[in-house]
Design a protein around this ligand. Structure first.
Ligand SMILES: [Fe+2]
Length: 139
């Protein structure tokens, strides 16, 4: 994969403002994660823990928002979209905190890669499809 930088770009937009705002927040969390990787051993356990908690909470909140929109709009691809959410959520929930505490230099890049893959693949395909559907209903 090319060097993805958590820089927001127009191509990532779904056109649904609440989804786009939340995706931008996930990019911000991704940039914070990169900062912790950059700081390496200087990152404290509390900072690591705060980041993981924030990521877990924000992902749940964001998925809830999208799934609520899908239900409200009777989105036909809801079931498969939720499967993608659940897969990614499981990755984040399964982060091994004791291992992260001992080897942040190993675990943080894995989390970063997982978040990058999710944002790049899921947002550009499934979330954009959802956006097209919602915008079409609104027009
Ligand atoms: Fe989604």
């Amino acid at each position: 994969m090319f060097d993805f930088k958590f820089d927001w770009c127009k191509e990532m937009e779904t056109g649904v403002s609440i989804i786009d705002a939340q995706h931008q927040e996930l990019f911000r969390i991704g940039r914070d994660l990169e900062q912790l990787i950059f700081r390496g051993r200087n990152a404290t356990s509390q900072e690591l823990l705060n980041l993981i908690c924030e990521l877990r909470e924000y992902i749940s909140y964001h998925f809830y928002t999208e799934e609520d929109l899908m239900a409200t709009h009777n989105y036909p691809l809801t079931a498969q979209h939720i499967i993608s959410h659940n897969k990614f959520r499981a990755n984040i929930v399964d982060i091994n905190l004791p291992l992260l505490g001992r080897h942040p230099e190993q675990v943080l890049p894995q989390i970063k890669e997982s978040l990058q893959d999710f944002l790049f693949n899921h947002v550009l395909t499934e979330d954009r499809e959802l956006g097209v559907y919602i915008l079409k209903l609104a027009s």
